[in-house]
Design a protein around this ligand. Structure first.
Ligand SMILES: [Zn+2]
Ligand SMILES: [Zn+2]
Length: 286
């Protein structure tokens, strides 16, 4: 399944010095956090892992904003955008731009994660290196993302909100909370998100013959709240349900269904492998 790795022409890339420094400092602080783990700081980290990783990144940035998989009230979206701001994965416009460009060019030259350069470049290299060549295909963020006031607010104040969350963690639990529930949790959630781009385009099984190399990985699905069913997702990007077979555990979808149960989500897009294959067969017969 894994594609041929091409050698990297480093003259085509420049180091993003600020991003590299931030990534390095965050990793050093995360490593320091390992020595400060206590029951209370670990519990805070787990709660924030779910709050930021699932509500913020997978449910809000990915399924709600990028793919319009369901609709909800502005106040519910604002709470989820706040959760995403605490993940330190940039604002909703920037995150969506990277992700939608990935869908537009999956595993091709214009894929912003540079899959042609192997696992690590695709995992973290794209964060710290900038490609000098311009993208060949033009790309526009959809109106519902770039012209929305809430999205623009959280794009602008993303870093101050994150910084305030560290202050809050310090006031609640001191240095150990900042290092464990702050930096260690942020770095782990970053890697869990990056695994969707790297691991889930290399290892795992495929339910569908998509034109890219996306795959379904149970490990990534657990770490990233259902995002590991990435081959299903590339086949049917609008579906709020990524785990399309009964055993494909998808907590982000269960959260969206819980919102629906409470009257807070509607117009949920779903499909299953069975339904999708049936539709394909019918299309072939027609
Ligand atoms: Zn992908
Ligand atoms: Zn997507």
């Amino acid at each position: 399944m894994a594609r041929e790795k091409t050698s990297i022409d480093w003259s085509q890339y420049s180091l993003r010095k600020i991003d590299f420094t931030i990534v390095l400092v965050f990793h050093l602080l995360a490593i320091a956090g390992i020595f400060y783990i206590t029951w209370s700081s670990a519990l805070a980290a787990v709660v924030l892992w779910v709050f930021t990783g699932m509500l913020g990144i997978t449910v809000c940035y990915h399924r709600l904003l990028c793919h319009k998989s369901f609709e909800t009230y502005p106040i519910v979206r604002a709470i989820h955008l706040f959760a995403a701001a605490l993940s330190f994965q940039r604002g909703p416009l920037t995150w969506s731009k990277h992700h939608l460009r990935h869908h537009q060019n999956s595993d091709q030259e214009d894929d912003p994660y540079f899959p042609q350069h192997g696992f690590w470049f695709c995992h973290i290299g794209w964060v710290i290196f900038k490609r000098k060549a311009r993208y060949k295909k033009s790309f526009e963020l959809p109106q519902h993302i770039k012209n929305d006031r809430l999205n623009l607010f959280f794009e602008k104040y993303n870093l101050p909100i994150f910084a305030l969350s560290l202050v809050a963690l310090y006031l609640i639990g001191g240095v150990e909370f900042v290092l464990v529930a702050g930096f260690l949790r942020v770095v782990l959630v970053l890697h869990f998100t990056w695994l969707v781009n790297s691991w889930s385009h290399r290892f795992g099984y495929r339910n569908f013959s998509t034109t890219d190399e996306s795959s379904n990985s149970p490990l990534v699905a657990i770490l990233a709240f259902g995002e590991g069913w990435h081959n299903n997702h590339h086949m049917y990007p609008r579906s709020a349900r990524h785990g399309m077979q009964a055993w494909e555990f998808d907590p982000s979808f269960y959260w969206i269904k819980a919102l629906e149960f409470c009257g807070l989500a509607w117009n949920i897009q779903t499909t299953t492998v069975k339904a999708k294959r049936l539709a394909e067969q019918n299309a072939q017969k027609a």
